[in-house]
Design a protein around this ligand. Structure first.
Ligand code: PEP
Ligand code: MN
Length: 343
C-alpha cells in the first residue's frame, strides 16, 4: 500500500503518517519523488485501516498495490532505479552497460589479460565466476577465494567493476568483500535464504532468472532482496529451458519489455547462456539492446577452446570488440548510448 502525500505536505505531515503506520504494527518508508512524497507501507497483511491514514493532514490518497510483488513494482515507484557503481557506471539510466569476462576465473594471466582487452573494447564491468554452480560435481568448481582475489587484482589494474556469483548464504559476506555486484545464479533464483543474505550485504545484486521461472516469480525473488533493505537489484534474462535443442536455452527477450512495464528495476540480457553458442551470441546481443535491455552480459575468453567452463559460448576478444561497435549503433538508433569507456 502507498500513501501519497499532497504536493505541499510538510515533513511533520510525513512523520505523522509514518508514526500512524508504526502504531498499526507495520513499517512506513518515505520515498521522496520528483512531484511529491509517497510513503510505502511494508508488511501489509490485508488488515490495514486505510481510512485512518486518508484522514491525516497532508495525505492526498491511499493506493493499493495490486501486484503480488510490491516494492519492486512500477505502482510502488514509477521512476527507474538507477544503480551507480564506484567506477561511475550507472545501470538503469539511458546508457546501456556492458559486462563481460570469462565464465570462470582460471588464472592471474587469464583474468588480467581479458580485463585489459575488455576495457579497451569499452566494457566497464568484469564478470568471472570464482564459485561455480556446475551441473556435474566432477566439473571445475572455480578457484574460490583465490578467484575473488584475482578479480580484485584485475579491478585494481583496469578500473573495471567486478560482478561475481555467491553460491550460498554463508558465502555472501566473502563475495561482498571483493565484488562490486553480487551475482545470484539462475539455479539459485528461488534460494530464499541466499536472497535474504544478499539483500543484507550492502552491495548491488545481479539476479538471474531461473531457467523455469516466470517473470512474476523473478520479480518476487527480487522483492525478497529489496525487502531486506537492498534496493539496488539488477535483473537478468539468461534463457529458459525449452523443448528444442537447437540452442542451449530459449532467450526470452519479451521479458525485457514486460519487466520494464511491471517494475522500476533495470534488466540486462545474457546472450551467452541464452544461446550456448558463440556464433549465436552477437545477433542476440544486438536484439537485446534493440529490445531495450539496460545492459548486456557476455562471456569472453582469450582462448575459448581451452576454457575450463562454457568455452563454446565465449566470444573471443576481437569478436567482442566488433560487437561493441554494433551495439553502440543500435543503442544510438533508439535514443540511448553505451556507458562511456573508462579512461
Ligand atoms: C554464469 O553466469 O556463469 C552462470 C552460471 O549463469 P546462470 O546462473 O545463468 O546459469
Ligand atoms: Mn558460464
Amino acid at each position: 500500500m502507498l500513501i501519497v502525500m499532497k504536493h505541499g505536505a510538510r515533513p511533520d505531515d510525513v512523520d505523522r503518517v509514518v508514526r500512524a503506520i508504526e502504531e498499526m504494527g507495520y513499517e512506513g518508508r518515505p520515498m521522496p519523488g520528483k512531484q511529491r512524497v509517497a510513503i510505502g507501507l511494508i508488511g501489509n497483511d490485508g488488515n490495514v485501516d486505510a481510512t485512518r491514514l486518508v484522514a491525516l493532514p497532508g495525505v492526498l490518497n491511499v493506493i493499493a498495490v495490486t501486484q503480488p510483488y510490491k516494492q519492486v513494482s512500477r505502482e510502488w515507484r514509477d521512476e527507474p532505479t538507477l544503480i551507480r557503481l564506484e567506477n561511475d557506471t550507472v545501470i538503469g539510466g539511458t546508457d546501456v552497460v556492458l559486462m563481460a569476462g570469462p565464465c570462470s576465473v582460471e588464472s592471474e594471466e587469464q583474468i588480467l589479460g581479458i580485463a585489459k582487452d575488455l576495457k579497451t573494447a569499452g566494457a566497464t564491468i568484469l564478470r568471472g565466476g570464482a564459485f561455480k554452480p556446475r551441473t556435474s560435481p566432477y566439473a571445475f568448481q572455480g578457484l574460490g577465494e583465490r578467484g575473488l582475489k584475482l578479480l580484485a587484482m584485475a579491478r585494481k589494474a583496469t578500473g573495471l567493476a567486478v560482478v561475481t556469483e555467491a553460491l550460498d548464504p554463508q558465502g555472501v559476506e566473502l563475495v561482498a568483500e571483493y565484488a562490486d555486484i553480487i551475482q545470484i545464479g539462475a539455479r539459485n533464483m528461488q534460494n530464499y535464504s541466499l536472497l535474504k543474505a544478499a539483500g543484507r550485504a550492502q552491495r548491488p545484486v545481479l539476479l538471474k532468472r531461473g531457467m523455469a521461472a516466470t517473470v512474476c516469480e523473478l520479480l518476487l525473488a527480487a522483492e525478497y532482496i529489496v525487502n531486506e533493505g537492498e534496493e539496488r537489484v539488477i535483473l537478468c534474462e539468461r534463457g529458459l529451458r525449452g523443448f528444442d535443442d537447437h540452442a542451449r536455452n530459449m532467450l526470452d527477450l519479451t521479458a525485457v519489455v514486460s519487466v520494464h512495464q511491471l517494475s522500476h528495476l533495470p534488466i540486462i540480457v545474457d546472450p551467452s547462456h541464452g544461446t550456448g553458442d558463440r556464433r549465436k551470441v552477437p545477433a542476440m546481443a544486438r536484439a537485446a539492446v534493440a529490445a531495450g535491455a539496460d545492459g548486456v552480459m557476455t562471456e569472453v575468453h582469450s582462448n575459448p577452446e581451452q576454457a575450463l567452463s562454457d568455452g563454446a559460448q565465449s566470444l573471443k576478444p576481437d569478436e567482442f570488440l566488433s560487437l561493441v561497435g554494433e551495439l553502440r549503433a543500435i543503442a544510438r538508433a533508439i535514443g540511448r548510448d553505451l556507458t562511456p569507456a573508462l579512461e
